[in-house]
Design a binder for this molecule. Structure first.
Ligand SMILES: [Zn+2]
Length: 74
């Protein structure tokens, strides 16, 4: 079973493979495991920005890094 899709630099894998449970909206979607971008089925996906590093050295960065995923809780 093919599990990863490479597109625009993204490396999309299923939310399931990232650890999202069946109750998550991301469970059956593809997300880039590098930048967290959620793949759109219409193909209008922007190029991958690369790996998002989560660092706490500056306030505000954390909010910025969640642009692409807004329903990952629970
Ligand atoms: Zn990406």
């Amino acid at each position: 079973m093919k599990n990863a899709i490479e597109e625009n630099g993204h490396e999309f894998v299923t939310g399931e493979s990232l650890g999202f449970g069946s109750g998550s909206a991301l469970h059956s979607l593809y997300c880039c495991k590098q930048c967290g971008f959620v793949r759109r089925k219409d193909g209008q996906n922007k190029p991958c920005k690369g790996v998002v590093k989560v660092e706490l050295r500056s306030k505000g960065f954390a909010a910025h890094s969640t642009d692409h995923i807004d329903s990952t809780t629970t």
